[in-house]
Design a protein around this ligand. Structure first.
Ligand code: KIV
Length: 264
């Protein structure tokens, strides 16, 4: 498999070939994804809930993302490595947005960054990052950094006004120069309509089958998390729990370690 770049994303859209992304937060997971031919790996601020035991993404820091993205970088050879700009790392000023996006590139080796919200609010930040040569992925719909404004994790874009706003924001992000756009938790027909309007690829999460690609949180496909839209492909949680219980039971019974696990 050859190296995936943002140009691969555009080619896939042109040739109607779907794009598959997963989140990863560590080296072994990134190695497996890369070997399996995943197109892109997102070091997302979903790490707050997926691996840090937090209720939401709001207290995930730039240092957290840098720390985990460094591990993922070592495992991701062909997959495009995208890192999230966490809450308050790009909202304060375009200058801070660029400095923080730059850290994701120089310290962690990210090849693109992702931020949440429309170009009406963050156009200048997006421009500053793009002017420095860093590709930006947009993110609309249920943007988890705004959950308090939404009143919780709720499907977005249900009424006509919200639908129109999302369509305008999607076009705005394309115009601002985003290379791709995540659509999270919006009705499938709306996601399909937005996908048809744009030249850049849309990546859906809980946004139906009409997007140009799909992203899921790794822990969700393995059975560690529970969301309506995530499909569980394996019960790794159940297998891991069984392994822990078997280990503890064998230590207690004296069956582990056996002869073959000891040095004479
Ligand atoms: O943080 C994340 O993992 C994300 C994806 C769910 C799109 O933003």
């Amino acid at each position: 498999m050859s190296k995936v770049t943002i140009r691969t994303f555009w080619e896939r859209k042109r040739s109607a070939q779907k794009i598959a992304l997963l989140t990863a937060y560590d080296y072994p997971s990134a190695c497996l994804m890369d070997e399996s031919g995943i197109d892109a790996i997102l070091v997302g601020d979903s790490m707050g809930m997926a691996i840090m035991g937090l209720p939401d993404t709001l207290s995930v820091t730039l240092d957290d993302i840098v720390h985990h993205a460094k591990m993922v970088r070592r495992g991701a050879r062909n997959a495009l490595l995208i890192a999230d700009l966490p809450f308050l790392s790009y909202q304060i000023s375009p200058k801070e947005a660029l400095r923080n996006a730059g850290r994701l590139v120089t310290e962690a080796g990210a090849e693109a960054v992702k931020l949440e919200g429309g170009a009406d609010k963050f156009g200048p930040a997006i421009k500053a990052i793009l002017d420095a040569g860093i590709p930006v992925m947009g993110h609309l719909g249920l943007t988890p950094q705004s959950i308090h404004q939404f009143g919780g994790f709720k499907v977005q874009g249900r009424d006509p006004e919200a639908r129109q706003r999302l369509k305008d924001e999607a076009l705005g992000l394309q115009e601002a120069g985003c290379f791709s756009l995540v659509l999270e938790c919006i009705p499938a027909p709306l996601a399909e309509e937005i996908t048809g309007m744009l030249d850049i690829p849309t990546i859906g999460i809980g946004a139906g089958a009409g997007c140009d690609g799909q992203v899921l949180v790794f822990q969700d496909i393995l059975g560690w998390g529970k969301t309506r839209f995530a499909k569980q492909y394996a019960d790794v949680r159940g297998l891991t729990r069984q392994a822990i219980e078997d280990f503890a039971a064998e230590v207690r019974s004296g069956d582990y370690p056996g002869e073959e696990h000891q040095y004479s």
